[in-house]
Ligand binder design. Sequence first.
Ligand SMILES: [Zn+2]
Length: 86
Amino acid sequence: MPTYEYIAVNAAKACDHCRAGFEVRQRMSDEPLKNCPQCGNAVQRVISAVGISTRKSTKSLLSDENIKKHGFTRLVKEDEGKYRKI
Ligand SMILES: [Zn+2]
């Protein structure tokens, strides 16, 4: 089962558990977590390079093109709690 990393969307409201990020084991088919299991504040999944490829550099893995190719959306923080898809 893959391990996914989550981090608080709003660090100001986060608890110790989610402020620095935490890992959760989930099936690929499981819905991503939306809230911290400890404090209930919003969390977002951190895009991990693990499992996609180990031969490319992290920089190219996290390029916009590569993220889109793998079906991820990069979120840009515009304002407190607001994100814009690019
Ligand atoms: Zn929390």
